[in-house]
Design a protein around this ligand. Structure first.
Ligand code: SF4
Length: 367
């Protein structure tokens, strides 16, 4: 069994919070190769200290005690189709967050939370409706990926992509998020372009991201292409209006030579009209060919009365965008039945939850 951190213990003294230098100090007196063994066990083989059979048993016990985990599992829920798993975790201090593992035919993606709750207050989002509790540490973020990757591996799959699209605004918790990106890239070996940071439009954060030394992918939750509507749907727009956001996106593309995704949660009668498509197309043209639109049928949440656009309306909106020269796709919803889909993460257990491991199958649906 994993050991969780006792109250009051140093937050960095967890197995995915400790740095390699700190591990070297911790292993003082051991043969020098021990640091490599333990580090590779944690990140390369995704092992707990108890599983590191190449390490003496006494040291395994010591590592387990001195490097506790930072996530306490609460429940696991699996979708009816068997290709989406949602993990609910309790954090040190009592807050809860969620992680979602999605298996596609060609890739396995983990959607991680970067904060417990969110202060951005987007009305249609279950996380925003619940308010902000606290930032997550690098350790808490990395551990979400490690545990999900172990689950994927048990089903014969390897996690290839990580998206920071769970609970929270990643660019409002920049240093721990970047610390996690570095670990995922440097130590777990994920490609930078398969690490996606999603933001609701924190302009200074986008600009700093453009200057980082890893070319991660950027997704911007746009949802409206005029300031009046966006002020309403995404309140941070009042601080960083569309013109500023577009400038930052343009600079990001220039610096990173990477395409940007605009996420568009489709809300019936609100942002799915012909005029919305025209405005969105005009905005995308200013970044072409480096903008891609992801249409996401809005998922039901308790605090938002307006339903999502029906499927035929979503397809019509996509066709309209394509006719206007925009690269647009519809994102298939995953895990709606377990509240694991976009905008639904609110850290609560579902009746279908299981505290036991479940068998994963691979979906055939397109993303
Ligand atoms: S959509 Fe994203 S930024 Fe907005 S409230 Fe939800 S988690 Fe926060």
């Amino acid at each position: 069994m994993s050991t969780t951190r006792p109250p009051g213990r140093d937050v960095t003294a967890t197995r995915y919070g400790i740095s390699r230098d700190e591990l070297t100090v911790l292993l003082d007196g051991e043969p020098r190769y021990r640091v490599d063994q333990v580090w590779h066990g944690l990140y390369g083989r995704l092992e707990s200290p108890e599983e590191m059979t190449n390490v003496p048993a006494a040291l395994r016990r010591r590592l387990a005690a001195e490097l506790p985990v930072s996530l306490e599992p609460v429940t696991e829920s699996i979708s009816d189709t068997g290709d989406t798993v949602k993990f609910l975790w309790a954090l040190h201090g009592g807050a809860q967050v969620e992680t979602v593992l999605m298996l596609y035919p060609d890739r396995a993606t983990v959607c991680v939370s970067s904060q417990a709750g969110c202060a951005m207050a987007c009305g249609f989002c279950a996380t925003g409706q619940a308010g902000f509790t606290r930032h997550l540490t690098t350790s808490e973020i990395v551990e979400q990926v490690v545990v999900a990757a172990r689950r994927a591996r048990d089903g014969g799959r390897r996690v290839s992509n990580v998206v920071f699209m769970g609970m929270g605004e990643p660019l409002a918790n920049e240093a721990p998020v970047w610390g996690a990106v570095r670990r995922l890239h440097d130590d777990i070996g994920l490609s930078a372009r398969h690490l996606t940071i999603s933001t609701v439009g924190i302009v200074p954060g986008i600009r700093r991201l453009a200057e980082r030394d890893l070319p991660v992918t950027l997704a911007v939750s746009l949802h409206a292409a005029n300031d009046e509507l966006r002020d309403e749907l995404v309140p941070i727009n009042r601080r960083y209006p569309l013109e500023q956001l577009l400038d930052a996106c343009r600079d990001f593309i220039a610096a990173n030579r990477r395409r940007i995704s605009f996420e568009w949660a489709m809300i019936d009668g609100v942002n799915d009209r012909a005029s919305d498509a025209v405005e969105l197309a005009a905005l995308c043209r200013r970044l072409q060919p480096a903008a891609h639109v992801n249409l996401i049928p809005l998922n039901p949440t308790p605090g938002w009365p307006t339903p999502g656009t029906p499927p035929e309306g979503v397809r019509a909106f996509r066709d309209r965008l394509v006719a206007l020269g925009v690269n647009a796709t519809i994102r298939a919803n995953r895990g709606t039945d377990i509240d694991a889909a976009c905008g639904q993460l609110a850290a609560r257990a579902m009746p279908t939850q299981s505290a036991h491991p479940v068998t994963l199958t691979t979906a055939t649906a397109e993303s």
